[in-house]
Design a protein around this ligand. Sequence first.
Ligand SMILES: Nc1ncnc2c1ncn2[C@@H]1O[C@H](COP(=O)(O)OP(=O)(O)O)[C@@H](O)[C@H]1O
Ligand SMILES: [Mg+2]
Length: 350
Amino acid sequence: MSSLEIKNIFKHYGAFQALDDVSLSIRKGEFVTLLGPSGSGKTTLLKILAGFEPVTSGTVEMNGRNITALSPEKRNFGLVFQGYALFPHMSVYDNIAYPLRVRRRSKAEIDQSVRALLDLVQLGTLAARKPQELSGGQQQRVALARALVFKPDLLLLDEPMSALDKKLRHDLQEELRQIHSTLGTTFINVTHDQEEAMHMSDRIAVMNGGCIEQYDTAHTLYRHPISRFVAEFVGKSNIFQGVVSASPGGGSSFVCANFTLPAEAGKGGNTCMMVRPEDAEITTSPVADGRVSLPARVVNSTYSGDRALYTLTLADGAHFIAYGNARSGVHSNGADVSVSFAPQDMVKFD
Ligand SMILES: Nc1ncnc2c1ncn2[C@@H]1O[C@H](COP(=O)(O)OP(=O)(O)O)[C@@H](O)[C@H]1O
Ligand SMILES: [Mg+2]
């Protein structure tokens, strides 16, 4: 049974529509990420789930119960929000104990729970410190412990790592994943960082302009994006804009500036085809094996030991990115090469 059902949520701020018919099913214990660019409505959706913002229309159900109008404190959700700061005058211990004191738990129970959470976030030795005596990453771990100590039914995280440097962010991602698998609590995380989303989530909802464009596993989003937006937002991509038209000899063709391919019959008109960089191969001469093979020139390469990432230009001047096996060296800038890829590795969007 699904633990959280978000059904047809619309949200207007005055005349501005921030959410446009958003529906999502989240299973108990799942780690779901809302991924999208700034302004796509991620925080708005999270605030609605937390009970901080009313919906214009639509419903939120938790375990079959309609909670759309329930006040935040009655939802029993843990929150790690930007601007939901630690209490500066309280120690780490007291910050984490706070939600339990509000709930009037016994002293013994509070102590046991706080100790357990301090261990979970690896801050056992810093219990007496004040927040300002901690690093940014340590403060985020205290915020996480405070949000989890009362065993919430759901944890909502709004870009909890955006203020941290890359290394720290990576460590905290790893920790968060482990905490999730230890506790089995349902997590909903918000980020604009596609790598973070792909590393951590069971499923990702890609948001764009107040809509959910696609909701699926990282692998499906990457291999089978349903729109150009998803293809470009999740991972690196090469996109060919073209048209589908009837071929003189029957059937349909996809025609773009660089090549023509047989296409499924049906709708004509503008369309695009996408190929991922790792599905393309760079060779010094053209290949003739049924793959698309295009002349290209190297404009840049980034060598990383195991491989090199090339930026190429095609005959029409468009850029194409592809990985090359760099064991026997790297093609130099200005080199003329061929880039090839198989039609079955391409994804088409209407
Ligand atoms: N209180 C508000 N009043 C008016 N517009 C708002 C308000 N909060 C957010 N918005 C607008 O709604 C859109 C979505 O915002 P938000 O949910 O914060 O996006 P995200 O978290 O994806 O960056 C933005 O265009 C933002 O300017
Ligand atoms: Mg936001």
